[in-house]
Design a protein around this ligand. Structure first.
Ligand code: FMN
Length: 272
């Protein structure tokens, strides 16, 4: 069985025989993704950060306005900084690099100001969405580049627990909102990560028009797969269906994320 079909089996619990991959290594890297939370503390090789940045900057960006920024955090006092940046998550403290991805209209405002122009459009919700989309696509490109080098990555939404503190720590200007982090490091060989199964293709993608016809059966088929994965990873038993619902109802949703509109406003975005 070729690599791509082995990866598909790990992802879906079953092969997709008609997949057209032809030995494509980029597709294999994408399908082989897994979050790596056990990294070695070793510094990354020289030039890796620059390569990740080049991959990120090469991503498509709406109208080429490049409405994102990234702050690379590898400073020696990192434990204190990362407590603020990532709620003390152990894998973030251990890893040598944390990239913080920022939805950033501040640069565009500065450019407009240099030109002596008013740019009220930058206050529209649309501008925030453009910045979020640009930053997310750029981050994904950096993550793929890292994975193609054999490095491990894991995103971190934890910094949205306290966006103002993160902005202060990173000296972000008004109009720059920290969205999420991306931890990068060399995977610890002793604790390899596995590919987490996904819902079947009968559920998530749609052809021509949205349809829920295969949804219930697909979700039912997913249950044993994800449970097997959780058991193999020593994770608690949890019916996947309760996860999204639990997320919404979860009293544990950190305070900061429940008041994001206020944070956005404090950090210079208008979202109404
Ligand atoms: C925007 C975003 C934020 C995330 N935040 C966290 C986080 O704070 N902590 C964590 O351990 N994993 C985090 N993750 C990783 C997800 O839990 C993970 O991608 C998901 O469970 C699927 O697993 P996989 O990446 O191994 O396929 C985040 C992922 C994304 C895309």
């Amino acid at each position: 069985m070729s690599l791509i079909h082995e990866l598909l089996k790990a992802r879906y619990g079953a092969d997709i025989p008609n997949v057209g991959a032809n030995g494509n290594t980029t597709a294999a890297t994408l399908i082989n993704h897994r979050s790596v939370r056990n990294c070695l503390p070793d510094k990354l090789d020289a030039g890796v950060l620059e390569l990740l940045v080049a991959a990120a900057q090469s991503a498509a960006t709406a109208s080429n306005i490049q409405a994102w920024s990234m702050v690379a955090v590898e400073a020696p006092a990192r434990e204190t900084r990362r407590a603020t940046l990532a709620r003390n998550q152990a894998h973030i403290i251990t890893a040598p690099l944390l990239l913080v991805w920022v939805a950033d209209v501040s640069r565009l405002r500065r450019i407009a100001s240099l030109l002596g122009e008013a740019a009220p459009e930058l206050d529209f919700l649309e501008s925030f969405l453009v910045a979020v989309t640009d930053a997310s696509i750029a981050a994904r490109s950096a993550a793929t580049a890292a994975e193609s080098l054999g490095l491990g990555t894991v995103y971190s939404g934890a910094l949205r627990d306290q966006p103002e503190k993160v902005a202060e720590e990173l000296k972000l200007p008004q109009g720059a909102f920290p969205l999420f982090g991306l931890v990068v490091g060399k995977p610890a060989p002793a604790k390899p990560s596995a590919a987490k199964p996904r819902l079947p293709q009968s559920v998530v993608p749609h052809r021509e028009q949205y349809s829920t016809a295969g949804e219930e059966a697909g979700i039912a088929a997913y249950k044993p797969l994800i449970q097997k994965f959780n058991t193999s990873q020593n994770l608690p038993f949890m019916d996947w269906k309760s996860l999204p619902v639990g997320h919404v109802k979860n009293a544990e949703v950190p305070g900061g994320r429940a008041r994001l509109v206020e944070s956005l406003s404090n950090l210079g975005y208008t979202v109404d």
